[in-house]
Design a protein around this ligand. Sequence first.
Ligand code: 8YV
Length: 319
Amino acid sequence: MRVLVTRRWPEEVERALQDRFEVVLNHADRALSLAELAQAMGEVDVICPTVSDRIDAEVIGGGDRVKLIANYGVGFDHIDLAAAKAKGIAVSNTPGVLTDATADIAMTLLLMAARRAGQAERELRAGHWRGWRPTHLIGSSLKDKVLGLVGMGRIAVATARRARHGFGMRIAYYARRQCDPAIAEELGAEFHPELRGLLGASDFVSLHVPGGAETANLIDAAALAAMKPGSYLINTARGGIVDHDALADALRTGHLAGAGLDVYPHEPHVPEALLSLENAVLLPHLGSANIETRIAMGMKALANIEAFAQAQPLPDRIA
Ligand code: 8YV
C-alpha cells in the first residue's frame, strides 16, 4: 500500500510507517496545494492529512485510488466527510491522545491572559521595564472564578480538571446534554442549557466545540456582549467559532479584559486587528505540540492504516 504523509511527522512515526508501507514523505514540509492534494488522490491508497490541508469535494474528486483518509489530528472540519463517503472513502482521526496536551495549552492561554504574560514579556524584551511597583501589570486571580466551558467533551473535561483541582476555579458548562453525573460531581460543574446563560455567568469562557458550519461564528458580537464585563475568552478549538472583528472590538473597548487564542479561521493568517492588541495572547496552533503527543497521534493514524490494510474495523473511524 502506498501512503502519503502530507507534512513531516516525528521521525519515529515516519520510520514505523516506512517499516510497513511504501511511504511518500513531504521532505520540504510545505503545505501542499489543492492541485497537489487532488493529484495525490489518484496516486496513493492512503492519504494522511493535517489541519493545514483542505480535503474538500474537489480534492476528493481528483482521483480514484485513495480508499482511506487517516487524519493526523482529532478535528476534521477540513475534510468533506460527505464527499468522502459518496466515493466510499473511509476516514479516521486520532482522538484521546491529544486531550491533555490541548488542555495544557488552554490553561497556558488562560494563565497568560489573566496574568498578562505576553504583554509583560514584550515590555521586558523591549527594554521598557521600569522596575517593580505595586500597580505594575496587574492581572486577575483564578481562584473562585467561574470557568465556563462551551462544549463538554474530553478536552473540556481535562481543562476543567486542571482549573478546578489545580487552581480552585468554579466550573460551569454549556453543552447539548449534561455530562456524566460522576464528572459533574467531581468538578462541581453547573450545567447551563443555554449558551447565553453560561456566557453571562463566567469570568473565563473556554471553547471546546468542533469547528464547521454548525458552530461558525457561534461567538459573534451578540455573544461577546453577553459575556461579563472584564471577562476573558480562550479558544483552543477552531478559529471559525469566533467572529474575530467583534472580538477585537470587545478587547479594544475593554468589555473583555483579555483573550487567549491558539486557532484562527484561515491559518496561518492571524486577523490583523488582533496583532496590535496587548490584551490578546496569540499562539500559533500549539494545542497538541509536545513530542509525546505528536508521536502518539502518528501511532494512532498508523493503527488505523494497519487495520484498514488488514480489512479490520478501523479503531477511530469517523466516516
Ligand atoms: C492538531 C488539532 O495538531 O487535532 C486537532 O484537531 O487541532 C491539532 O492539535 C492538528 O489538527 C493536526 O492536524
